[in-house]
Design a protein around this ligand. Structure first.
Ligand code: NAD
Ligand code: ZN
Length: 245
């Protein structure tokens, strides 16, 4: 396709999903069988799953940590880091991914709205804990926990959990994200099925004047909301796509 020009007064907002890491060998979420790496979402990525069997949840995320350590950023991650180099503060990246491949490719102006695989926190910390809140924040952690007994404990007695936004929990950094969307003039959405909310609504939050482009091998569920759809792999479409003034 022809290049996307970003003029001096323009700002680019990028939303990425699991598809951006697919070419690094990390599986997307909705592969045909409806499972995430062989597990049902309800068994590994909900607060109920944690309450029922925390060791199972940790085995799942420990395995994700192992795989992410082995993976390397691909051409799509690098192209987005290049865009940030060229645009500086006129660039912003919001990722639904929990892997660290964007950072490892050099992205800095980014938020992980669904949390980070290589961070953990106390199960009593975070939003929605009310009077039981623990003040210990998320911390870097690449440990593997395979059994209930192995799960580390916080000073408050709580168990250490993945710093991941599970289904039914509040996404992170939403104020910042809304502000960045409101200021953007071009929105690029890459490798996300358009089925997980609120991320699937970002394209609707952008004004009608905003150029809204989707990139991925198949149309997303919210395809109608985009002004352009570019069918192709992120690693093939993104390099050289943006032309910065
Ligand atoms: P999804 O699995 O629902 O959708 C993936 C999308 O990527 C699909 O639309 C598919 O067509 C597209 N895709 C596949 N290969 C691609 C490629 N080479 N280039 C571009 N696009 C490609 O993913 P989602 O919409 O991001 O939602 C999944 C949820 O699960 C997210 O909330 C995320 O936190 C989590 N998740 C994260 C990772 C990760 O961090 N790497 C991996 C799987 C799931
Ligand atoms: Zn605690």
């Amino acid at each position: 396709m022809e290049r996307i020009r970003i003029g001096p007064e323009q700002r680019l907002f990028v939303l990425t999903g699991a598809g951006v890491s697919a070419e690094s060998g990390l599986k997307t979420f909705r592969d045909q069988d409806g499972l995430w790496e062989g597990s049902r979402v309800e068994d590994v990525a909900t607060p109920e799953a944690w309450a029922r069997d925390a060791a199972r949840v940790w085995r799942f995320y420990s395995q994700r940590r192992r795989e992410a350590r082995k993976a390397e950023p691909n051409a799509a991650h690098r192209a987005l880091a290049d865009m940030e180099q060229a645009l500086g503060e006129r660039f912003f990246l919001c990722t639904q991914n929990v892997d660290d491949l964007h950072e490892r490719a050099g992205s800095r102006r980014l938020v992980h709205m669904h949390g980070e695989l290589f961070a953990s926190r106390c199960e009593f910390s975070g939003a929605g804990m009310g009077a039981f809140a623990c003040s210990r924040g998320p911390f870097q952690d690449d440990s593997l926990y395979e059994t209930e007994a192995a799960i580390a404990r916080c000073a408050c007695g709580g168990r250490i959990r993945p710093h991941i936004v599970w289904f039914g929990e509040m996404p992170l950094k939403m104020n910042r994200i809304e502000r960045e969307i409101a200021q953007s003039t071009t929105m690029l959405v890459v490798g996300t099925s358009g089925a997980v909310y609120p991320a699937a609504n970002f394209v609707h939050w952008a004004g009608a004047h905003v150029r809204r482009i989707y990139i991925g091998p198949e149309e997303p569920g919210n395809a109608d909301a985009f002004s352009e759809i570019v069918l192709g792999k992120a690693g093939e479409v993104l390099p050289g796509l943006v032309d910065v003034d």
